[in-house]
Write a protein that binds this ligand. Structure first.
Ligand code: DAH
Length: 357
């Protein structure tokens, strides 16, 4: 019995996996196992012999069963440990490496400008890029043969033969979205309208397609002072400085009266643009009080309502903020340029979280 004990306890201690344990169980205490066979021999023994051998065999059987169970548990523990080590994962690692694509500066700046004006209560409005002649010109108080039509270098759509209606145009500015927003939403109204516009022009600062953002606020007693405050708030937030002084320069646009060109105070010292300081002025766009005829065209009663409007160049804002020298590169889709000037896709600009990072 001592030999059996030593044999099996050693074998169990050396077993490498569950299958080996099971083999040993069958060999030792299975139906035809060595110990089970020994137990069958008890019947042939003399009673006094059996009294000693019986309990001893039972004890051995228990001991071997216990050793089998303990070894089985130890093997399972070891297997679990190995798995835990193997499947270990650092959840603090970034989920992805930097995405291969990047956000174009025009999209980035559009998002930035939109976020700033959204904070001031402006909703985003959109209109078609192929626009009716009426929305692009007439409704904005630019009648036929008005010199402003000539200045815009308009692309006209093809007209079917015999069709004498005025041709549609590729919108030359985002101002027609003012009319569409008034038609759709009525007064009071506060919208910004970013989008693509088209003019037949091409050099370092002009491309046939570029981007503008239009602003429009209509209420009972809106004034140029409200306009100036909005533009100053916007400029400081956009250029991420404490304060930027805005200067109005008297101008003329058919759709506003009075009209003013918007300038931001800046310095070009050492060829470096700094906003909010210095004695230079940066032209940023056009603005004014919405002309009564324009309100009427949008279906709004000019004796009840008035408002301001402004138009800014998105590409120009992007060039100034991010130091991009040539507008044409914006639309050449050169991957090296996009990688250099592009923004991270997962960083949404917000006024609370930061515009540019
Ligand atoms: N639509 C003008 C342009 O493209 C820009 C502009 C000027 C828009 C004055 C306005 C405004 O809303 O009030 O040149």
């Amino acid at each position: 019995m001592d030999d059996l004990r030593t044999k099996y306890l050693e074998a169990i201690a050396g077993a490498g996996d569950e299958a080996a344990i099971e083999d040993l169980r069958v060999q030792a205490v299975g139906k035809k196992g060595e110990i089970s066979l020994k137990m069958r021999e008890l019947g042939k023994m003399a009673p006094e012999e059996r009294q000693v051998a019986g309990p001893a065999l039972n004890a051995l059987k228990d001991e071997i069963n216990a050793a089998l169970a303990a070894k089985k548990a130890a093997l399972a523990d070891a297997a679990l440990d190995a798995r835990l080590k193997d499947e270990w994962l650092d959840v603090t690692l970034p989920s992805r490496t930097r995405p291969a694509g990047s956000v174009h500066p025009v999209s980035q700046v559009t998002e930035e400008v939109t976020a700033i004006f959204a904070d001031m209560g402006f909703a985003v409005a959109e209109g078609p890029q192929i626009e009716s002649d009426w929305h692009n010109f007439d409704a904005l108080n630019i009648p036929d043969h008005h010199p402003a039509r000539g200045e815009m270098d308009t692309f006209y759509m093809h007209r079917a033969e015999g069709d004498n209606r005025p041709p549609h145009v590729l919108r030359t500015h985002t101002s027609p979205v003012q009319i569409r927003a008034m038609e759709l939403r009525g007064a009071p109204l506060r919208v910004i309208c970013p989008g693509r516009v088209y003019r037949s022009d091409y050099d370092q600062t002009h491309t046939p397609m570029f981007h503008q953002i239009e602003g429009l606020a209509i209420d009972r007693d809106i004034s140029m002072a409200n306009l100036k405050w909005c533009l100053e708030e916007f400029a400081a937030a956009f250029f991420e400085v404490d304060k930027i002084e805005v200067r109005f320069r008297a101008s003329h646009f058919p759709f506003t009266e009075p009209s003013a060109e918007i300038d931001f105070r800046c310095s070009w010292e050492g060829g470096q643009l700094k906003l909010g300081e210095g004695d230079d002025w940066l032209e940023a766009g056009g603005s004014g009080m919405v002309h009564p005829k324009v309100l009427e065209a949008g279906g709004i009663d000019p004796s009840q309502w008035q408002g301001f409007a402004f138009g800014l160049g998105i590409d120009r804002l992007a060039m100034l903020k991010y130091g991009i020298p040539d507008l044409r590169a914006f639309f050449e889709s050169d991957l090296r340029w996009l990688r250099h000037y592009g923004f991270l896709g997962l960083d949404q600009p917000t006024t609370h979280g930061g515009l540019s990072r």
